[in-house]
Design a protein around this ligand. Structure first.
Ligand SMILES: *Cc1c(COP(=O)(O)O)cnc(C)c1O
Length: 371
């Protein structure tokens, strides 16, 4: 029996080996290993993808979130409205700034921020809103910007899983005052190592982030404010320049495979099937970073799928407000009903460029047999 892996990066990286090696050699010979022309070229291309004026490359998505919040003025004692069904870095970035996360619940259909809850969470200390386009599925940014604009509160998008996703035909990364992306190798656009970027239309924010990523230097040896060493490696810039050209095609494959899962697992095809599939609203175009289904008895499903040769993964099984590192930031007993329920039910099926439709069909048959 052949196993279907949860993820295999070789179909996307192997055909590019010659181009990637040439890009890496170019950097070796250039003698410029940090920032420099390769990174600048990537920043320009990535800004174009997001239809924004500026993109500032950093060394990870976590750093991009941290600097994005600092550049929006988030500091000690401030509150940032976000969600608890996300990767830990979203909340870590808030805490690095000395601020406190305030959690909105997620929508049970889209699994991203329930924008309808945000207004009630706004206080005089709310300094930013941090929505997460989780699983590649955009938050309802139109509605969120109506609220944030009314209160004059800036928005930082966590777009670390959503390179190329659209909301109302406009790319994510251009909706908030700023946005953070990650190029961790498994993301829709993945480097060969760590990387991240902040996108923005605001020249002042871009200048702050350029300064903050480089020890707070405004000019050589003038340290304007406390900064960090968050610069992108030139190797990563060169690699990402090669891979960015394929993002559209890879996202197209992801969407195609996700559509096949969606159709073949739908209630219409399989009346009575005990699986729920998250929705993408008609206003949004997801880039299917992960394909999530909601199932009961998840542990049993995972185990029986593994026995049938299908690897699956459970992401975010514990809401962040219950994690040991963050539990003391909420009142005892704090709980968000949808976040809780989804954290127990969400299961990610294999989905990556290079996966065949036959493999999707094998996963579907195995899943139907198990539930
Ligand atoms: C990957 C990810 C991050 C962090 O990015 P790194 O590059 O790993 O630091 C932040 N938020 C979300 C939602 C992510 O998926």
């Amino acid at each position: 029996m052949s196993t279907i892996p949860f993820l295999d990066l070789s179909p996307q990286n192997e055909p590019l080996t010659a181009d990637l090696e040439a890009a890496v050699s170019r950097v070796v010979r250039s003698g410029v290993f940090i920032l420099g022309p390769e990174v600048e070229a990537f920043e320009e291309s990535f800004a174009r993808l997001c239809e924004v004026e500026h993109a500032v490359a950093v060394n990870s998505g976590t750093s991009a979130l941290h600097l994005g919040l600092l550049a929006l003025g988030v500091g000690s004692g401030d509150e940032v409205i976000t969600v608890a069904h996300t990767f830990a870095a979203t909340v870590e970035a808030i805490l690095y700034c000395g601020a406190k996360p305030v959690y909105a619940d997620i929508d049970p259909h889209t699994l991203v921020m329930d924008v309808g809850q945000v207004e009630d969470l706004i206080t005089d200390r709310t300094r930013a809103i941090l929505p997460v386009h989780l699983y590649g599925n955009p938050v309802d940014m139109g509605a969120l910007k109506d609220i944030s604009g009314g209160y004059g509160i800036p928005v930082l998008e966590d777009a670390c899983q959503a390179h190329g996703a659209l909301h109302r035909d406009r790319p994510v990364g251009g909706w908030g005052e700023a946005a953070a992306f990650s190029f961790y190798p498994t993301k829709n656009l993945g480097g060969l190592g760590e990387g991240g970027i902040v996108t923005t239309d605001d020249g002042g924010i871009a200048d702050q982030i350029r300064m903050l990523r480089n020890h707070g230097e405004s000019s050589r040896y003038r340290h304007e404010r406390l900064g960090f060493n968050y610069r992108m490696s030139a190797f990563q810039g060169a690699v990402l320049n090669v891979k960015l050209a394929y993002l559209d095609a890879w996202n197209g494959v992801r969407r195609h495979l996700a559509e096949r899962y969606r159709n073949n697992l739908s209630g219409r095809e399989n009346p009575g099937l005990k699986i729920k599939i998250p929705e993408v609203t008609p206003e949004s175009e997801s880039v299917a970073h992960l394909f999530v289904v909601l199932v009961d008895e998840r542990d049993r499903v995972v185990e029986e799928l593994a026995d049938a040769g299908v690897q699956t993964r459970v992401f975010y099984p514990v809401p962040l407000y219950r994690q040991p590192a963050f539990a003391d930031l909420v009142e005892g007993g704090f709980s968000l009903p949808v976040t809780e329920e989804i954290s127990e039910q969400a299961l990610s099926l294999p989905l990556y460029p290079g996966m065949s439709v036959e493999m999707i069909d094998t996963v579907v048959s195995a899943l139907i047999a198990v539930v």
